[in-house]
Write a protein that binds this ligand. Sequence first.
Ligand code: DGL
Length: 264
Amino acid sequence: MAAGPLLIFDSGIGGLSVLDPIRRLLPNAPIVYAADSAGFPYGTKSAGEIAARLPALLGRLAERYDPSLIVIACNTASTIALDAVRAALDLPIVGTVPAIRPAALLSKTRAIGVLGTDATIVQPYVDRLAAEFAADCTIVRHSSAELVELAEAKLRGEPGERAAFARILDGLLSRPGGESVDTVVLACTHFPLVRAELEAAAPRPLAFVDGAEGIARRTADLARDLAWPDAPGGGRAVFTGAAALAEPYRQGLAGYGLSRIETL
Ligand code: DGL
């Protein structure tokens, strides 16, 4: 019997940055890409709201799509609710955590920027990663809800202005310690979708690091015994909000092989 699909979950379209490397490793896996458009954005919500929302919502998605495995392709949801989701569902769950470890391996100046959502950058999870993997580094944290919106707009075909990206980077680099930062963790899955814009707007060369490749490897490892058809797996997107909310993304999602859109 063919294995159930991989369910990739985010508040919005950020998880597409994780879908790409997963597809490269597992081209025959059927994909269900779920965007919680009814709950978007997560970054400005309280930890309590996110923790209360996630287990039940992922439970409903699991009931509908019977996935083999769930990837929570969202730093905000993972740093807050991963344990609660794992406790609630009897399925392998892969989470996303800020890529502080790879950044610490890369940084020469030993100063690392962590660019995430308001909710993510204050999580104790980030303190633990910093203490464990980057104890000799200065960690400079900065959040931007606007950058999440800019990534969403790009997929709708509305490119953002260079000045907006430059302003967001300046917000990070002008914080105490920011002048030494040479490596920036993109600690929100939306942000790699605008990596080129960030690179173009950077006032000096910066290495932008994210965890997508590592998540894909972990997913492939957990999925190694699953049997999929001997053909490209294809995919569909499911939005939790009204169908009209998904419409502007139709063309962008088709570019990721998600040509069918459903609502939960
Ligand atoms: N993509 C999500 C993350 O990785 C958050 C975006 C949002 O909903 O604020 O944190």
